[in-house]
Design a protein around this ligand. Structure first.
Ligand SMILES: CC(C)(COP(=O)([O-])OP(=O)([O-])OC[C@H]1O[C@@H](n2cnc3c(N)ncnc32)[C@H](O)[C@@H]1OP(=O)([O-])[O-])[C@@H](O)C(=O)NCCC(=O)NCCSC(=O)C[C@@](C)(O)CC(=O)[O-]
Length: 303
């Protein structure tokens, strides 16, 4: 079995991780989290989303957070933009990358962005065109590629269809997301295979929530398929407001621990990453969801 020599992780903690928090997290805390993540060696951070504040109040400080970051050369800062209004607002914050987000499930598309899959693509098309015209890289997040909180299991044909639509409007990279963390490795493999009909292996990443404890196994099977880019969330923060019961993304610390243990480079300093996870967990007043993070932090205290 061969594995990639190097893996790129995008920490989505400041956006996906915090969007579902009931208490408003101050912009200064979000900015400090971004600073700690870049200090730990993360080269891409999903900072915030330019969505409706009525839908996701936690992200209402998007411009303030983007403006407050002391940007580090070599680090890419990405933001979610569901429509032209969001893109135009995001543009003022000079993101390196924008993310349009669609779903392989019709029901989730309606609940999350208030439109059908086809309508979402019509909305994304001018956003993608404008971003590419402005020289901004475009990623597409594909939600519910194995399971949906409203429709249940999702067939790979739905992923094939969505990936084809994303490709058709000029999206440059897609994330195969298990939004509610129900996927198991062979189902995830089929979703990735469906995506690979439209995108090159270098244009595909995995985005796995860990609700059922499958996210590391799902990441591993992707690695075996040659996928080398993953979204992860420091301290395993997260959940989507429109996917009730789903827990956070796989913890960045757990993925880094696994990858380093396999001899795969990430460029991330695990000690500093654990500090970042501890910082946000302390702020939120609850333990980190990262198994490796907790174990290594306890070991540090007792040695
Ligand atoms: C898409 C909309 C806006 C449609 O929402 P809508 O209500 O259908 O929008 P609308 O066009 O009818 O406009 C209604 C109001 O919203 C405003 N509006 C319209 N657009 C914007 C905008 N961009 N920014 C700020 N305001 C906006 C607009 O100006 C208007 O304001 P009003 O006249 O009533 O005062 C809404 O459904 C929305 O914001 N949804 C976002 C939901 C969300 O953020 N979900 C979480 C992210 S996805 C996710 O987490 C999954 C992912 C990516 O991580 C991968 C995975 O795990 O699956």
């Amino acid at each position: 079995m061969s594995y990639p020599l190097r893996v790129k992780l995008v920490d989505v903690g400041p956006r996906d991780g915090l969007q579902n928090e009931k208490q408003l997290v101050p912009a200064a805390v979000k900015i400090e989290l971004v600073h700690r993540l870049q200090a730990a060696g993360l080269k891409e951070i999903e900072v915030t989303s330019f969505v409706s504040p009525k839908w996701v109040p936690q992200m209402a400080d998007n411009a303030e957070v983007m403006a407050g970051i002391a940007r580090q050369p070599g680090v890419r800062y990405s933001v979610l933009t569901p429509n032209l209004k969001g893109f135009e607002a995001a543009l003022l914050s000079k993101p390196d990358e924008i993310v349009v987000f669609g779903s392989a499930s019709e029901a989730f598309s309606q609940k999350n962005i208030n439109c059908s899959m086809a309508e979402s693509i019509d909305r994304f098309a001018p956003v993608v065109a404008a971003a590419r015209e402005a020289g901004i890289f475009v990623r597409g997040a594909m939600s519910c590629t194995v399971g949906c909180p409203y429709e249940g299991e999702i067939a790979p044909e739905r992923v094939d269809y969505l990936a084809g639509l994303m490709k058709g409007i000029g999206v440059q990279h897609v994330g195969v997301a298990d939004t509610i963390g129900v996927g198991t490795p062979l189902k995830v493999q089929r979703a990735v295979e469906a995506t690979l009909k439209h995108f090159d292996i270098n244009q595909v990443s995995g985005h796995f929530h860990d609700t059922y404890g499958q996210a590391l196994a799902n990441s591993l099977i992707c690695l075996q398929m040659g996928v080398w880019q993953f979204d992860t969330s420091v301290a395993g923060l997260g959940g989507c407001p429109y996917a009730k019961g789903a827990t956070g993304n796989v913890a960045t610390e757990d993925v880094v621990y696994m990858l380093h243990g396999m001899g795969i480079e990430t460029g991330i300093d695990l000690d500093q990453l654990i500090n970042a996870g501890q910082f946000i967990s302390d702020y939120l007043g609850r333990p980190s969801n990262s198994r490796a993070g907790k174990a290594l932090f306890t070991k540090r205290l007792t040695s």
